[in-house]
Design a protein around this ligand. Structure first.
Ligand SMILES: Nc1nc2c(c(=O)[nH]1)N[C@H]1C(S)=C(S)[C@@H](COP(=O)(O)OP(=O)(O)OC[C@H]3O[C@@H](n4cnc5c(=O)[nH]c(N)nc54)[C@H](O)[C@@H]3O)O[C@H]1N2
Ligand SMILES: Nc1nc2c(c(=O)[nH]1)N[C@H]1C(S)=C(S)[C@@H](COP(=O)(O)OP(=O)(O)OC[C@H]3O[C@@H](n4cnc5c(=O)[nH]c(N)nc54)[C@H](O)[C@@H]3O)O[C@H]1N2
Ligand SMILES: [Mo]
Length: 763
């Protein structure tokens, strides 16, 4: 494709006229009747009511499937209700279990060029992919291909590369533990560690920050800790939309007297009030007040807020000296760094009043057990790792790690993104992991680190990588700098998408493009006449089963483990791994995992009970730390220096209520009062006035980075309660504005939440 064809393919909706926007007052309460209505509308459209109800009763149940929606944990079986799902979980389930299909006829009807001019919501709504398809070099349409032919093409391309590092193997976070383990095994036996994943774009900053400070890149609390906490801080996260079941946990904590503070530029609905949609009394009345305090912080003011609170704690000597002396290092430098931070900078960067910070500090000081939760509002900044480490500093000051009701809680995104990393989907594998893998399979593996997501795009852009294979996801829409990403993939010899649903990554392909349709979570999976189950790990390190029971949309679909195994069998002709044998019974895959990955001993036995089992977590289990010093580490960071020039704003790209990442379910963002439109920009009313703009004006948005500009056109201005100089737009519409080279220090997470922009009336 030439430049303008590529640009047209990545930005199709820009051509649509923007006339439908309807702005209503913001909702201050999440859940309730409107959540139920919205869920039923979705299942009616996608699965029909009867199948929809059956699906809902199996979601997150011990004999059912793990909801593909998010990674928030389920309560233990004894505390489960028959309805362990939420509005957006139902949308995710309906999206996968839809009766609509995209088969060979569909691809005959539409050329790739026609499809690429359709909007993301249109693509998302077409249905499940049912047949393997190929787009050959120069062809206008995909055509069907047999599985065997597809495997052969992949093997041929892989085996023709100059070296294995010319291939890239991406993973999105829905793959099961079994699929992920086989995938990384294949990739490593093939000879590379090029295993970028969606985690690189997501919680990488959390993993990095926590690994360096507490020795494990995961959270240290479980659901049982929530009601035991005195204080829960929810930072940079929108649970009502992205983790709705978390609101039930927050409500439970609230009922036990826990204080809840939200730190967010937006006063998101669920953090204010919540009406439990599955409790009959919860549906009526005003709903439960969730947060005691909302701190409407400026974008990326979090590190400064933490410094401010720590200043007060240090001044008042309100820290846990015993814990600090026994369990930590780095206290002295932390004191210096906090003392060197000026209140003037703290107030300027947070945009908060001193009295608000003092009030928050008082809650922190009074709390005997504090949990800090966060998501993308913290990770996707240049100083994402440092900001999270300031949160760790705050908790360590009070000894809030390794104590009941206290700890860190990075709230993961995709339903098995944490499990995939545990299974070895990582471009920087640990030596002990590789050694175990070598021993188990009698193979020898490279130690050279592979590409993360950003590095993968650069490698393809520089033509150092020529084959891109994706186990799920929608790389083009998820990655930053959409045009460069599209061009990079377009330059490849082969791109392969193992997918359930149609998306933009099927439309911008390498010379040859393959779509391999796979089973999803809800689909049954028989091998040798025995129904197989898979396993997943939730956001709190609990591993459990997931069993699909529904007829798949086509008999031509294969499971992810099978697809990987067949690609491996075709590619690695003298492999030492018994690829076919492994997938005939998934217990065999789990037996290998139990010998390779610490914490999984007797995997098959331990995962049999419905609640599964908890992985070892030294900080949580016995307040011990596997860092070099065997202690938790205070870290010292300078505040970020962000100088906005006149007219410049800092932009965060966020999710609407009707989307799952790049999958768009609908055009509304109900809680924020936005209906029928996604191409909008939320702006502070005073900023609008100063710019001489008004509600409904249509603007072009330009980003500015290292002297370069990038532009997206036609966004409608919406006045909104957001701090001054901060604006918000939806992901993925503004991904073309996020510069590839703008990423977090040490984690390389793109700075999706701090893009420097200007915007002006359309000419
Ligand atoms: N329904 C649904 N569920 C999902 C997803 C989905 O798209 N739809 N995606 C899944 C995935 S992969 C993930 S990672 C999670 C994402 O879950 P979230 O992180 O909740 O998702 P975002 O919409 O990116 O929201 C970021 C929140 O952080 C705030 N924020 C932005 N910048 C800052 C900042 O500088 N400081 C602070 N304090 N706050 C800030 C925003 O106002 C917003 O409320 O959700 C998962 N669950
Ligand atoms: N601007 C901006 N960009 C962002 C973000 C942001 O906040 N702002 N967030 C980032 C984050 S947190 C993430 S995690 C990434 C998400 O990046 P990805 O994980 O790459 O993207 P998704 O949109 O979740 O992928 C959706 C596709 O996955 C496929 N799929 C769904 N279920 C399955 C399954 O069971 N198996 C297989 N094989 N395929 C399946 C479907 O074909 C569907 O179209 O995006 C990142 N991009
Ligand atoms: Mo994510």
């Amino acid at each position: 494709m030439n430049k303008s064809q590529l640009e047209n393919s990545i930005l199709p909706v820009a051509k649509e006229t923007l006339t439908n926007l309807n702005i209503k007052p913001r909702c201050t309460t999440a859940g309730g009747i409107s959540a139920i209505i919205s869920s039923f509308k979705q299942i009616k459209e996608e699965t029909g009511i009867i199948k929809g109800l059956k699906l809902m009763l199996q979601a997150n149940q011990s004999c059912g499937f793990d909801c593909p929606g998010c990674a928030w944990p389920d309560p233990k079986t004894s505390n489960k209700s028959v309805t362990e799902f939420c509005e957006n979980g139902i949308k995710a389930i309906a999206e996968e279990a839809t009766y609509k299909k995209v088969g060979a006829e569909f691809f005959k009807k539409y050329s790739v060029s026609e499809l690429s001019h359709k909007s993301d919501i249109w693509l998302s709504k077409q249905g499940r992919l049912t047949h393997p398809m190929i787009l050959k070099d120069g062809d206008t349409h995909y055509q069907s291909i047999t599985w065997n032919e597809a495997y052969k093409i992949i093997a041929q391309e892989l085996n023709h590369l100059n070296n294995p590092d010319e291939a890239i193997f991406y993973t999105s976070g829905r793959a099961s533990n079994e699929a992920a383990f086989l995938y990384q095994l294949f990739v490593r036996e093939f000879g590379t560690n090029n295993l970028p994943d969606c985690s690189n774009l997501c919680h990488e900053s959390s993993g990095q920050a926590l690994m360096e400070t507490i020795g494990i890149g995961k959270g240290t609390v479980t659901l049982e800790d929530f009601p035991k906490a005195d204080l829960i801080i929810v930072m940079g996260q929108n649970p009502a939309t992205n983790h709705p079941r978390m609101l039930s946990s927050l409500e439970d904590a609230k009922n036990h007297g826990t204080n809840i503070v939200s730190v967010n530029p937006l006063n998101e609905a669920g953090l204010n009030r919540f009406k439990h949609p599955q409790k009959i009394f919860g549906l009526f009345g005003k709903g439960k007040k969730i947060s005691n305090m909302h701190l409407a912080i400026k974008i990326n003011g979090d590190a400064a807020l933490m410094k401010g609170v720590m200043k007060i704690i240090l001044d008042e000597k309100a820290f846990d000296l015993d814990f600090i002396q026994k369990k930590t290092i780095g206290f002295e430098p932390l004191i210096t760094s906090v003392e060197n931070t000026q209140w003037k900078d703290i107030i300027e960067q947070t945009g908060l009043k001193l009295s608000e910070i003092q009030q928050f500090a008082k809650l922190c000081i009074e709390s005997k057990a504090t949990i800090a939760c966060w998501a993308m509002g913290l990770t996707q900044h240049k100083n994402g790792v440092a900001a999270i480490q300031e949160v760790v500093n705050l908790l360590l000051l009070g000894g809030h790690i390794g104590r009941a009701g206290a700890g860190v809680c990075p709230v993961r995104g995709h339903s098995n993104v944490q499990g995939d990393r545990t299974m070895g989907i990582w471009e920087k594998p640990r030596e002990v992991f590789l050694k175990n893998l070598e021993k188990e399979f009698n193979i020898s593996l490279t130690r050279e680190h592979g590409y993360s997501a950003i590095q993968a795009i650069k490698a393809m852009n520089e033509k150092k990588a020529k084959v891109f294979i994706a186990l799920g996801g929608n790389f083009i829409s998820a990655a930053p700098d959409t045009y460069i990403t599209a061009k990079s993939l377009n330059q490849c010899n082969l791109t392969v998408q193992i997918s359930t649903k149609l998306n933009r990554s099927h439309l911008i392909t390498g010379k040859t493009g393959l779509i391999l349709p796979c089973l999803g979570r809800t689909d049954r999976d028989f091998k040798q006449n025995i129904k197989q189950f898979v396993t997943v790990e939730n956001s709190m390190g609990i591993v459990h089963k997931s069993i699909g029971s529904f007829d798949p949309p086509s008999n031509d679909l294969k499971s992810e483990p099978e697809i990987i195994s067949k690609i491996a069998q075709e590619t690695l002709k003298s492999s030492k791994v018994k690829w076919q044998w492994l997938i005939e019974d998934y217990n065999r895959i789990r037996d290998s995992i139990s010998r390779v990955i610490p914490g999984f001993k007797n995997y098959n036995q331990r995962v049999a009970p419905s609640d599964g089992f908890e992985l070892p977590n030294p900080p949580k289990d016995n307040c011990s730390f596997t860092t070099d010093s065997k202690k938790a580490k205070f870290t010292s960071h300078d505040l970020p220096q962000l100088q906005l020039k006149a007219n410049q704003f800092i932009m965060m790209t966020i999710r609407s209520h009707d989307q799952f990442n790049s999958t768009i379910y609908g055009m509304n963002d109900r809680y924020r009062g936005i209906y029928n439109e996604r191409r909008i920009i939320f702006v502070n009313p005073d900023d609008l006035k100063e710019k001489g703009l008004k509600k409904g004006d249509i603007v072009d948005i330009k980003s500015h980075f290292n002297g370069d500009t990038r532009e997206v056109k036609k966004f409608i201005v919406v006045p909104y309660d957001i701090p001054k100089q901060c604006v918000a737009t939806y992901f993925p519409e503004t991904n073309p504005l996020v510069p590839l080279d703008s990423y977090a220090t040490r984690s390389m997470t793109p700075t999706y939440k701090s893009v420097i922009v200007t915007f002006n009336l359309q000419k």
